[in-house]
Design a protein around this ligand. Structure first.
Ligand SMILES: Cc1ncc(COP(=O)(O)O)c(C=O)c1O
Length: 399
């Protein structure tokens, strides 16, 4: 079959990796240990592998309490999602999770999507329409861009974390249409936080709607785990919060929190919600359990995560590793070319360290990198090992 030149280029790279025995993707996990930070892989040596490629940041997904609630949900409602939520896939568990999420973020209402990606697509497709302008940070997640493209609204990209540029673009976008500003709370390919305090001021000065995707920040960040907006003191100024249960909340699925009016509009018009079956009860049970655990143990888990992340960032920097603007539990290691990034990833995996490689178009050309997801479960010894192995792998796999 004939593919586009861009696609052929990707396939050529993949084939080169296979030939050079450095294919870095789809490691097959055969079992997880006491936490998801420790696993075994189907290939390679017998030794356990330490995971720095996971978003189970608060280390909830192997907990007994979470597993028990999943079992209870399955025993009560079965395994499937049965129907779209609108016509027969909406249980009391779904209803409870909606209320839990809305009250967690202090918003009037919330609704659940099958994935975080669909939550972004659905939210933007409902909020924006032709004639509106959506202003999106240059490094926002791809699901945001995809959502905006579906709306027919004018999409304008502002320089990463640059409120002054946002302000200029908002001045230029003055007109009858609505202005919507969208940012990630924690940028997943760069590891830095949105300058939300300044962005919220700019948005408010222009009467723009502010949407924040807290996918990587809800749970770990903020004094009580409400995310980057809480950490920067602007939670009450964010109009719409989107996020996912697939990272810190031990499950899968997405959510949107907003006013009753916006949530009602989403519920009855968002194609990404209405045409896709809902979350299976097991997934809802896991998320509900995660919120309960965090109510009791959130502070302690967040402290451990912040301590681990700070240690990794400081020590890698001390070793001369370029971690760009990493500021939280997502720590990026800039590598450069796609081939070098593949080789470093494979070398680390063979040495018992699983890291996530990021390649263009998710990052700029020449900016391929490793993404390390720190978790509350990592031990000092595991962190020290990462600090030892990563600079060595970079040195032994020159550009
Ligand atoms: C910033 C951001 N938003 C949204 C998503 C999508 O979440 P989900 O995995 O639930 O589709 C991701 C996914 O990884 C993400 O990194």
């Amino acid at each position: 079959m004939d593919f586009s030149p861009a696609l052929n280029n990707v396939l050529q790279t993949v084939n080169r990796w296979r030939q050079d025995d450095c294919y870095p993707l789809f490691p097959v996990i055969t079992e997880t240990g006491d936490t998801t930070a420790r696993i075994r892989l189907a290939s390679g040596s017998e030794r356990p592998v330490t995971v720095f490629a996971s978003a189970d940041y608060l280390s909830l997904s192997r907990l007994e309490q979470v597993r028990q609630e999943v079992i209870a949900a399955v025993e009560r409602f079965g395994t499937g999602a049965y129907a779209t939520q609108a016509v027969g896939g909406f249980t009391t568990l779904h209803q409870e999770l909606e209320k839990t999420v809305a009250s967690y973020f202090g918003k009037p209402a919330a609704l659940l999507f099958p994935t975080g990606m669909q939550a972004n697509i659905g939210a933007l497709a409902t909020l924006a329409r032709a004639g509106d302008t959506v202003l999106t940070d240059h490094l926002n997640h791809g699901s945001i861009t995809m959502g905006v493209r579906l709306t027919g609204a004018h999409m304008v990209t502002f320089r990463h974390n640059n409120p002054r540029h946002l302000n200029e673009l908002l001045n230029r976008a003055a007109g009858p249409g609505r202005r919507i500003v969208v940012v990630d709370g924690l940028f997943s390919a760069d590891g830095d936080l949105a300058t939300l305090d300044e962005i919220a001021d700019v948005a408010r000065n222009h009467g723009a709607v502010l949407v924040v995707d807290e996918a990587h920040s809800a749970g770990p960040l903020g004094a009580t785990g409400r995310g980057a907006a809480e950490q920067l003191g602007v939670l009450d100024r964010v109009d719409v919060i989107t996020g996912t249960f697939s990272k810190a909340f031990a499950s899968t699925g997405g959510f949107v929190c907003a006013s009753e009016q916006v949530v009602d509009a989403l519920r009855h018009t968002a194609v990404a919600y209405l045409l896709s079956l809902g979350l299976p009860p097991a997934a809802v049970g896991a998320s509900l359990a995660a919120f309960k655990v965090l109510e009791k143990e959130g502070d302690e888990r967040r402290e451990r995560l912040a301590r681990n992340a700070r240690y990794l960032r400081e020590q890698l920097r001390e070793e001369g590793v370029d971690i760009a603007g990493s500021a939280a539990h997502v720590v990026v290691v800039l590598v450069g070319s796609v081939d070098r990034t593949a080789r470093v990833t494979r070398r680390l995996r063979d040495e018992g360290l699983l890291v996530g490689p990021l390649f263009p178009p998710a990052v700029p050309i020449g900016g391929a990198r490793l993404r390390l997801g720190v978790t509350a479960a990592h031990t000092e010894e595991e962190l020290r090992r990462a600090v030892r192995l990563i600079p060595r792998a970079l040195a032994e796999e020159p550009a």
